[in-house]
Design a protein around this ligand. Structure first.
Ligand code: ZN
Length: 288
């Protein structure tokens, strides 16, 4: 089963639910960065909520999400647009556990801020931020939506990892209450959220998006849309050429004289781009 998201309405179309399975996305991140369990949880959850968020805005909107946090995992950077997502964390090799063996994601992430930049490439990018209140990512984004976007929301995220550190399954949901939602609906939803199976359990048991929506709503919903999700890096040689040119003639000439070549690694996919002496000379020629 490929990764996908389903969008549904419930409560007389005043509540929107997005539920997603992101197992392949998180597996891809694990294979690119060789992530240890705590880093895998933190990045996996952030990739999942970012992929979901990218399906809540207008098509073509580009999301840049940064968790500037002080825990051992370090800063987390994720980009997402139309269900395509890519990201990395500063320290891939973190394993932090409670005494009972459970992963301690809260302390692995630590305190700091979430910053979300939305760019439609038409007007000035819109940016909003708030503090990280828990470190478990799900509660932090619930808080982000309430505080920065003024949308009462609930976020559930889960990455299930086996004893060898391999990804078994990943996914999550975002519930958003629309303006005009009746008080009794909100109460019923809150009650449901308290008594339903926790998201981490649903993910562990291999629920698909529709089963997650069913668990949240108790069966009264309407599916509106299904969308494919995937890990995709948009890097290419041209972009790195432009980056090198932007360093300027003097810096490039220094690199040419001292190293005679340059190797750049893409942060998002670890792909390497090499530029030899002749190619560097050509780039210098293109500098203004
Ligand atoms: Zn790349």
């Amino acid at each position: 089963m490929k990764d996908y998201l389903q969008k549904a309405y419930c409560m007389n179309q005043t509540v929107r639910i997005y539920a997603a399975i992101t197992t392949d996305i998180v597996k891809e991140a694990k294979s690119i960065f060789n992530l240890w369990p705590s880093s895998l949880q933190a990045l996996g959850r952030t990739l999942t909520i970012s992929a979901i968020m990218s399906c809540t805005y207008k098509s073509g909107e580009f999301l840049n999400i940064k968790l500037d946090c002080d825990g051992p995992v370090g800063k987390i950077t994720v980009e997402a647009t139309d269900g395509k997502v890519r990201g990395f964390c500063q320290n891939p090799g973190v394993l932090l556990q409670y005494n009972d063996g459970r992963l301690n994601i809260e302390h692995a992430v630590g305190a700091g801020t979430i910053e979300v930049v939305k760019d439609l490439h038409m007007r000035a990018p819109f940016s909003s931020s708030c503090e990280i209140v828990s470190g478990d990512i799900a509660q932090d984004f619930t808080y982000y939506f309430a505080k920065s976007e003024q949308i009462p929301s609930s976020v559930g995220l889960g990455v299930s990892i086996d004893n060898e550190g391999n990804v078994l399954s990943a996914g999550g949901f975002l519930i958003q209450v629309m303006p005009g939602c009746k008080e009794e609906y909100i109460k019923a939803l809150e009650e449901r959220l308290k008594t339903m199976k926790p998201c981490t359990e649903m993910i562990k048991e291999g629920y698909n998006p529709e089963e997650i929506i069913n668990e949240i709503t108790g069966g009264d919903y309407e599916i509106l849309e299904t969308k494919e999700l995937k890990y995709e890096c948009s890097c290419n040689r041209e972009r790195f050429e432009k980056g090198l040119i932007s360093l300027g003639k003097d810096t490039l000439t220094n690199i040419l004289n001292e190293d005679h070549k340059v190797e750049i690694t893409c942060n998002f996919c670890n792909k390497k781009y090499n530029f030899n002496e002749d190619e560097l000379k050509e780039l210098i020629f293109k500098c203004k």
